[in-house]
Design a protein around this ligand. Structure first.
Ligand SMILES: Cc1cc2nc3c(=O)[nH]c(=O)nc-3n(C[C@H](O)[C@H](O)[C@H](O)COP(=O)(O)OP(=O)(O)OC[C@H]3O[C@@H](n4cnc5c(N)ncnc54)[C@H](O)[C@@H]3O)c2cc1C
Length: 404
């Protein structure tokens, strides 16, 4: 991935502060002519911007720290077990936000045919991999989304002998419906929609598919040794010596290596850190049945969240404190709209979450705040700002005269 897929103009995580935007950071260094000349934001430059953001906002980021367990204790706290090169540690938190990204509640969505293949013969597009190992190889890329283009382009640029994209659809999606859905109503009103309408809009976007960016597609198609194979659902993959024979409705392909660019899935059980909550989280599938023909695996697996992105129990009372865990990653989209990860509305979602948590803290801490209110004694008047009038005498009162 050379550049972000999002247009450079979106304000992203700037929280409504113009000085905090990528544009402000970029123009301070490269001027407005540099901004005009910029096409899409280079990926590593985005990371530089995020590092600057972390510094100027004084965000306490602990690198190389893995959360190994998230355990609600039912006593008003959630236990986090942490692993880092400095050793293991435990933290008690009153609220935990899972801002764990696109694959944050599961992992790569791996097709079943991979089970028969040696792990050295394939990679998922999200794997950290040295693409130099593909030099001179015949590579098959499964999928045609943004990650498939990035995988194919990187393989080609690394000297792959050939790259075949195996694409189930008969054509690439041309229109990004997710972009078309990005109106203020969806950002602020999706949560309050009836379930049927939430499902309808997300299912429509999923079924339409999101086209890969034009630049990423051209980065692939400019190579003479790439083929876009449409209508190529994979029926079987047979290892044959060091070859992989791939059977599709359009015929057989032979590869040395395959990259599956098949996206991510939600699976709480796939993440050991969620072992104690996985059986208790209520998903949409637990209480919503879509109309015939409208089923969608990703939507069915999505957590059924409350108004502050909080998890809810599948069975009341089985996991006290589960609602102290807030899901602020892509799987929140069906409940809340696309406000919990992607650049376009991330600030709106973050503010909804932060304001909601502030409100919960205030309610929980009411006695504390009330005590502080009673103890509060900062005087705004010291008592010398006026002279009290003497009480009127009886004669003044009878004459209706106020004393001077
Ligand atoms: C290839 C790709 C390209 C994308 N391009 C765009 C784009 O151009 N525009 C856009 O808007 N969106 C894009 N997205 C979506 C992208 O995921 C989000 O926009 C953005 O990265 C979300 O930020 P985040 O902080 O929520 O999640 P992430 O950036 O994914 O960060 C999640 C973090 O959580 C950490 N984490 C997870 N589990 C644990 C654990 N147990 N312990 C400790 N840490 C943990 C991860 O290590 C990671 O650092 C892209 C996604 C992918 C996969």
């Amino acid at each position: 991935m050379e550049t972000l897929r999002s247009p450079k103009e979106l304000a992203g995580p700037a929280l409504g502060l113009p000085a905090l935007t990528f544009r402000a950071w970029f123009e301070a260094q490269f001027g407005s002519s540099g901004w005009v000349a910029l096409d899409k934001i280079p990926r590593l430059q985005w990371m530089d911007y995020l590092r600057w953001y972390r510094r100027v906002m004084s965000i306490d980021v602990r690198n190389e720290t893995a959360v190994a367990a998230v355990v609600p204790r039912g006593d008003g706290t959630v236990l986090l077990e942490l692993r880092s090169p400095r050793g293991d540690s435990r933290v008690l938190a009153r609220r935990v936000v899972l801002a764990t990204g696109r694959d944050g509640l599961g992992g790569p969505d791996l097709p079943g045919f991979l089970r028969k293949l040696d792990r050295s013969k394939w990679a998922h597009s999200s794997d950290a991999m040295d693409y130099g190992r593909l030099t001179g190889l015949r590579v098959g890329v499964v999928g045609a989304g943004s990650s498939a283009m990035d995988s194919a382009a990187t393989a080609l640029e690394s000297g792959a002998q050939s790259v075949d994209l195996l694409i189930r659809r008969s054509d690439l999606p041309r229109i990004n419906k997710a972009k078309g859905a990005g109106v203020a109503g969806l950002t602020h009103g999706h949560f309050d929609l009836p379930d049927e309408l939430k499902w309808r809009v997300r299912r429509y976007i999923n079924a339409a598919g999101v086209p890969p960016p034009q630049g990423s597609t051209l980065r692939v198609s400019r190579h003479p040794n790439v083929r876009f194979n449409f209508g190529c659902r994979i029926d079987a993959v047979r290892p044959d010596g060091s070859d992989l024979r791939v059977i599709t409705p359009k015929g057989e392909f032979v590869f040395d290596f395959m990259i599956v660019s098949t996206g991510f899935m939600i699976d709480w059980h796939a993440r050991p850190e969620y072992a104690s909550i996985a059986p208790h989280v209520r998903s949409w599938r637990d209480r919503f049945s879509p109309a015939a023909g409208q089923y969608d695996q990703e939507l069915a697996d999505s957590p059924d969240l409350g108004p502050i992105f909080e998890l809810r129990e599948k069975f009341a009372g089985r996991c006290p404190g589960l609602d102290r865990i807030h899901c602020f990653c892509y799987p929140a989209t069906l409940s809340h709209g696309a406000v919990s990860g992607d650049i376009p509305a991330i600030s709106d979602g973050a503010q909804r979450l932060a304001i909601g948590i502030a409100s919960l803290f205030y309610r929980e801490d009411f006695d504390y705040h009330y005590g502080k209110l009673e103890a509060y004694d900062v005087a705004e008047l010291v008592g010398t700002e006026w002279v009290p009038a003497p009480a009127p005498t009886a004669r003044d009162a009878m004459r209706g005269v106020r004393p001077e």
